[in-house]
Design a binder for this molecule. Sequence first.
Ligand SMILES: Nc1nc2c(c(=O)[nH]1)N[C@H]1C(S)=C(S)[C@@H](COP(=O)(O)O)O[C@H]1N2
Ligand SMILES: [Mo]
Length: 220
Amino acid sequence: MVDDEPVSETKLTTTKRRWAADGKFLTGRIARPETERLPPGQHLVKDWPVLDLGQQPHITLENWRLDVTGLVEDPLSLDWTAFQSLPQSDNLSDIHCVTTWSRYDNRWEGVLTRDLIDRVMPRPEAEYVMLTSYDGYSTNLPLADFAGEDAILATAWEGAPITRSHGGPMRLVVPHLYFWKSAKWLTRIDFRGRDVAGFWERNGYHMRGDPWREERYSGD
Ligand SMILES: Nc1nc2c(c(=O)[nH]1)N[C@H]1C(S)=C(S)[C@@H](COP(=O)(O)O)O[C@H]1N2
Ligand SMILES: [Mo]
């Protein structure tokens, strides 16, 4: 069951809300994505940190569902077998987390968001998506970003199923935006005509979140 605001105040939410209020980590530097691989204010890590609201849901493949709703011609409710029968792809991308770590060259396998979009056929009025996850997390992004060419509904990382702590059995990866837009344990994709703030977006974070423009906080 997915609630709208299930998450109690934790040290993480308090700290990250304060960073947003203070504009922490902003460099004011102009990034050049053509020549610089690391966005401004980021540093490289080799490991892969786990970040979430602290409730990592257990979802069996049998119970897993993905609902695709809202302003689309063909809404879908997919079980795991139906999801696996969508076209499968793989790609390589970098992760940029707003808490300033970046990780290069992550190999993902799953369903490109473009292939899902082709299947449901968004109506012309659909300009945003709201994502909802099994832990009650939500995040919003423009449809144009959700449809980015590297964006993937990922079921595997580096050749193995994505672990529960990293959002398995399925998570979104939208590598050209800060990683909070990449919902773990994703269960609903809702196509909308208006941009409504998700969890971090209600807590001081940017509606778009482009690391190259350093869109960390609302108002940046
Ligand atoms: N469902 C869900 N997705 C989520 C989050 C979350 O708390 N719940 N946290 C976001 C944030 S802030 C980040 S940085 C990344 C972290 O993903 P990772 O734990 O695989 O590194 O997941 C994003 N997706
Ligand atoms: Mo994050």
